[in-house]
Structure formats: structure tokens, C-alpha cells
Design a protein around this ligand. Sequence first.
Ligand code: SF4
Length: 125
Amino acid sequence: MDRNKLLFPNGNPRNGAPDAFANGCETIIFEGAERRVGRDPRAMSVAELNAVGHFGPVLRAIRQNCIDCQGGAEAEVRRCALVWCPMWPYRMAANPFHRVTLSDEQREERRQRLEAARTRKAANP
Ligand code: SF4
């Protein structure tokens, strides 16, 4: 599989969008000299973050970081043995500290909700 597609499913700002870097950075004066630094994401709108190539879910971002860390090999992320890494518990794009036991009815209800959300999203891309 194309590594860029794995890492940046919505497009790699490093390749196709040089403006993305410009939009994600700002110039500050540091110790009397101009310096290019990353903008504070807390001060950016969602549209600005999207334009730089970030689309939200933290667990997905961690997963993408792990795939990048393992040279693009998804299987190696699963096998990662660096258990002291802060990302390690989340590398499979799930939060093991937040486990929910669902009944069959709850599972079905959530499945239907997800399906409805996907249908809405497909209708309004
Ligand atoms: S858990 Fe840490 S060391 Fe392992 S793949 Fe993810 S970022 Fe890399």
C-alpha cells in the first residue's frame, strides 16, 4: 500500500500543498531575530487545521504517527515492543483505558447510528 496514503489519508501536505506549511507556521521575533515557528493549534480554526492536513480524531493521529515511526509498516505497529513509549497503549487506534461492555441491543443501536452518520456524510461530503 502507498505509504503516503496510510500516513495522510486526506493528502500529504508535505508533497502536494506547500502552502500548508506556510499556513501552519508564523513568524515571531525571538531573541531579537525573526524566527519561523509552528502556530498554536489552539488558536487555529478547524478549517485552518484541515487545510494543514489534520482532520481530528486523536487516536487516528497516534496511529498515523506509529505507522510513520515503523517506516510505513502497519504490521510492525502491532508488533511494536517499545512498551515505554507514551503512544504504545494507543497504537492500534483504540483507548484500552476506556473499555465499554455493550449489550447486543446497544451494539446494534450504535451500529445503526454509525451507519446513519456515514450515510449523512456521504450525502454531504
Ligand atoms: S508505540 Fe511508540 S515506538 Fe511504537 S510504533 Fe508507536 S510511536 Fe513508534
